[in-house]
Design a protein around this ligand. Structure first.
Ligand code: AOS
Ligand code: ZN
Ligand code: ZN
Length: 426
């Protein structure tokens, strides 16, 4: 949708002011001793996957208010992510959700992905809903179910997801289980865990050896007394039991209020078991709002752990799959995703600005105030010119949301797909 020429035209009127701000930042005491281009380069390289289920309005079990122009097919979803990618060059991959996105025309999809410069990042299974004509019900669980036939059906579904993913060159299966219980005594807690471990191991066995299984945890919802995988400790124990390619996935909205998520991230990195992220914004729980919208300092501290652990030779080197998991009701989802990616890049940029040597010194000498000031100094820096420069150098828009609006993208999508098109998702 956005040709290089069109992007250059949209950038032109913003360029002089951008360069002024960028130079000002580059000359500031904060950055004078740093290689600014190296920071920009790191931002250019950072890619975060877009979930197919975030492209339409949703995020509520109450009313859903369609925005219009929502993608109706996997092809149209790829088209939407292509729009995002042409604007910010930071979202070059898509997370699929089976059965919402069952790929049909594989050759056609491969060609479309190539055209848009996109790849399939992960495949997400769904055993939290019963599908039409499905023989067994997940009402009382899936991989943890008491009945073997139900577990087998859920295992097979996950294996099917891997097979779909293989056709599109994905390498990651993400498993999030709704399994658990709503009332005390309903479920034997240890047996439910063991059955889950056994089921996950069976799926793992069927995965190609170069695939990663991401095991997501969540403390409550849809079950409110117990979830079979409620926390990172349970995910970690499962991964350790299953194999080296089983990794923990941290969803920012899956913690009880005030949990120190950055410490969890640090621990998982240390143990070599942080496999992926679901970014979103959380005020109360699994709100799935815009990443960084409510707790930007926390997001910065999380990136601080990621940057710090990446520099530490004693920490196992591991690929972390970055994904967004958001979906809500009142914004244009594409604008929301542009905001999310920008907030993620900003938090990352700030973490890259932390004076690590000074911080280590302050920590080792127990200079509490100095250590905190070093973090605040980076956090309070206005890094927007760095992020914009990364967009510009990689061929995107200096201001992606402004470009999206100037081009009337939503209006065009409504024109193509209709006012009442509704996308699949939560
Ligand atoms: C559910 O709460 C989890 O965050 C899942 O990762 C995700 O939202 C779901 O798989 C999307 O349908
Ligand atoms: Zn998630
Ligand atoms: Zn969630």
């Amino acid at each position: 949708m956005f040709s290089d020429q069109r992007l250059a035209d949209l950038n032109q009127p913003l360029l002089a002011e951008h360069q002024l701000h960028f130079q000002h930042l580059a000359d500031s005491p904060r950055l004078r001793y740093q290689d600014v281009q190296a920071v920009v380069q790191k931002l250019i390289e950072f890619q975060v996957a877009i979930p197919s289920w975030a492209l339409g309005t949703g995020g509520t079990r109450f009313g859903r208010f369609a925005l219009g122009g929502e993608p109706r097919t996997l092809e149209e979803k790829i088209g939407d992510v292509g729009i995002l990618q042409s604007l910010n060059r930071s979202s070059n991959s898509i997370s699929l959700h089976i059965p919402w996105d069952i790929p049909q025309d594989i050759a056609g999809l491969q060609q479309l992905l190539k055209q848009q410069g996109l790849v399939i990042d992960s495949v997400n299974s769904n055993t939290f809903q019963d599908q039409k004509d499905q023989p067994q019900s997940y009402k009382f669980g899936s991989l943890s179910h008491t009945e073997k036939a139900v577990r087998e059906q859920a295992i097979q579904h996950n294996i099917d997801c891997v097979r779909y993913g293989e056709q599109l060159d994905a390498k990651t299966l993400t498993v999030w289980l709704a399994d658990g219980s709503n009332f005390p005594g309903q479920q034997h807690l240890r047996r439910a865990f063991l059955r889950t471990q056994e089921s996950l191991a069976a799926i793992y066995e069927a995965m190609p050896t170069d695939w990663t299984m991401l095991v997501e945890y969540k403390p409550y919802e849809p079950n409110f007394y117990s979830m079979v995988i409620p926390d990172w400790g349970t995910s970690l124990a499962l991964c350790q039991a299953i194999g080296a390619n089983a990794q923990v996935l941290v969803d920012l909205g899956h913690h009880l209020p005030n949990t120190n998520i950055e410490q969890i991230v640090g621990r998982l990195r240390q143990f070599g078991r942080l496999g992926g992220f679901h970014f979103n914004g959380s005020m109360y729980g699994d709100d799935d709002l815009t990443t960084g919208s409510t707790k930007p300092f926390q997001l910065f501290l999380i990136f601080n752990e990621l940057v710090d652990s990446a520099l530490d030779q004693t920490v196992p080197a591991a690929a972390v799959a970055y994904m967004i998991d958001a979906s809500h009701n009142v914004k244009d989802p594409l604008e929301d995703l542009l905001q999310s990616v920008e907030n993620i890049l900003s938090a990352y940029a700030k973490a890259l600005l932390v004076d690590r040597n000074a911080l280590n010194e302050a920590q080792e000498s127990n200079d509490v105030v100095r250590a905190e000031e070093i973090l605040r100094d980076a956090f309070l820096s206005d890094v927007r010119p760095l992020v914009a420069e990364a967009y510009r150098q990689s061929g995107g828009a200096l201001n992606p949301i402004a470009a999206y609006r100037a081009e009337g993208v939503r209006e065009q999508l409504i024109h193509q797909r209709g006012k009442h098109s509704v996308s699949t998702g939560l």
